[in-house]
Design a protein around this ligand. Sequence first.
Ligand SMILES: [Zn+2]
Length: 67
Amino acid sequence: MRINCLACGHKVELDDAYDDFEGLVKCLCGTMLEIRTEEGKLKAIKMVEPLARAAAKPKGMQRPATP
Ligand SMILES: [Zn+2]
């Protein structure tokens, strides 16, 4: 079974173990996709924001001046 990545359009290949699956799949581009499958068919898919990456670069961070 293949699912289309919502971010880059890449077709992520999934083996038979994912025919009845609910959880996260990672695409080549690093996007986490939360999917739900039943009997080899995709029932639901949504993109999950990578929280760790989003928090990696805080904008406008101010450091206290060191004497
Ligand atoms: Zn992707």
